[in-house]
Write a protein that binds this ligand. Structure first.
Ligand SMILES: Cc1ncc(C[n+]2csc(CCOP(=O)(O)OP(=O)(O)O)c2C)c(N)n1
Ligand SMILES: [Mg+2]
Length: 380
């Protein structure tokens, strides 16, 4: 984790936390003065002992950057009234590991902070554009194939991301139902459109795990497994320690879920690709092999507030904000890229700049995209 500067410089006391996180990243990489190892080969571990290889790390880091720069783009375009939805994925980009370790045919029901997951799942099929697809959704554009402009919704038919909203936890029972249907379909000889050993995956926030609808799904999943009936659902709780402005008591998710009979608990550090990868892998493989309901507690952070309208600086101390921002998973990924010798400082900065340009270029350069982005407010 990056250090919290003491004293906190003036530029880190501003209102615009999105800009601060972006500057933090660039300054951190530019000023890095650690020692770089000899670069690993693509199929070698990115860090000694890591389950993630260098080629995999490179792609996951890229997915994280794509997601982050879409968030930053949304904050800028909101001011221009082109984008309305600024709930982002910043701090949650490690969920790309879940996408990498599942198949694109594993039905996914996603939390609204799943930009990293989507960017990574897009790799599984050629010829698709994760940036344009996400931008249409951010803008609630009527051209968005999955929502038709109703809301920001992650979704894709070819990628088996079933569109739905996640903020009332209503997708958890649906995910469980899908998992049970995969098995039931197999049992009754119904031709499935996906492989018979598929699992349903479902992500949600720590606060949402308390929702009655979520608890219904956990209970029904455990009730099913108790009877030795298969229910291959992977519940992924993206624990950033807060829901809007209410903090989750520390340790609550682990204590509430690690001892539940018939809901098998795994923990992974979603802020650290090198360390977290093996734990995510264990959870995914357990779910697929045992066909049992599985709970993956994924550590995340919430950067840049609940949404662009949440001026956290008005209700949290600067020291607290800086402490959360120091856990930015992109800073951690930058350290891994640099210390492993896989990338130079210039390469990391150039890659970040390229994704920033791609995201911003959507509205500023391509007139067709511009039309698509604004169609929600100015319908033809
Ligand atoms: C039934 C219902 N109550 C309240 C809300 C408002 N709401 C939206 S997100 C949210 C909290 C989400 O917190 P968490 O699940 O931890 O996800 P995070 O945003 O931290 O990723 C709430 C209360 C809602 N959407 N639906
Ligand atoms: Mg939360």
């Amino acid at each position: 984790m990056a250090a919290i500067p003491d004293p906190i410089p003036a530029r880190m006391k501003g209102l615009n936390r999105a800009e601060i996180c972006d500057v933090n990243f660039n300054e951190f990489v530019r000023n890095w003065s650690g020692r770089a190892d000899a670069a690993p080969a693509p199929d070698e571990a990115i860090v000694d002992g890591s389950a993630l290889d260098a080629a995999g790390f490179r792609e996951l880091f890229e997915s994280q950057l794509i997601s982050r720069h879409l968030d930053l783009m949304a904050r800028v375009l909101r001011v221009q009234n082109k984008v309305f939805y600024t709930i982002g994925s910043s701090g949650h980009e490690g969920n790309a590991m879940v996408a990498r370790l599942t198949r694109h045919t594993d039905p996914a029901f996603l939390h609204y902070r799943s930009g990293g997951f989507m960017a990574e799942r897009f790799r599984k099929l050629p010829g698709m554009d994760p940036i344009m697809d996400s931008a249409l959704s951010f803008a609630a554009s009527k051209e968005d194939p999955i929502s038709g402009g109703r809301h920001k919704v992650w979704g894709s038919k070819p990628l088996w991301v079933l569109p739905q909203t996640s903020t009332i936890a209503s997708h958890l029972p649906k995910a469980l139902g899908t998992a049970i249907a995969i098995e039931a379909g197999r049992r009754i000889g119904h031709a499935l459109p996906i492989p018979g050993d598929s699992i349903a995956t479902c992500s949600f926030g720590d606060a949402s795990s308390n929702h009655a609808t979520a608890q219904t799904a956990f209970n029904a999943a455990a009730w099913t497994a108790y009877q030795k009936l298969p229910a291959p659902v992977l519940f992924v709780c993206e624990d950033n320690g807060i829901g809007i402005s209410v903090k989750t008591p520390s340790g609550w998710i682990a204590q509430n879920f690690s001892q539940r009979p018939n809901l098998d608990y795994f923990y992974a550090d979603g802020l650290d690709l090198a360390g977290g990868y093996a734990d995510v892998q264990r959870a995914v493989e357990h779910c697929r092999r045992t066909r049992r309901p599985t709970f993956l507690h994924l550590r995340t952070a919430r950067l840049m507030g609940h949404a662009g309208t949440d001026f956290e600086i008005e209700w949290r101390s600067i020291a607290e904000l800086c402490a959360v921002e120091a856990t930015d998973p992109l800073l951690r990924s930058a350290v891994i890229a640099l210390e492993s010798g896989l990338m130079s400082q210039d390469e990391v900065l150039a890659q970040a700049a390229q994704h920033a340009e791609q995201a911003h270029g959507l509205s500023e350069i391509d007139p067709e995209t511009e039309r698509a982005l604004v169609s929600a407010i100015h319908p033809a």
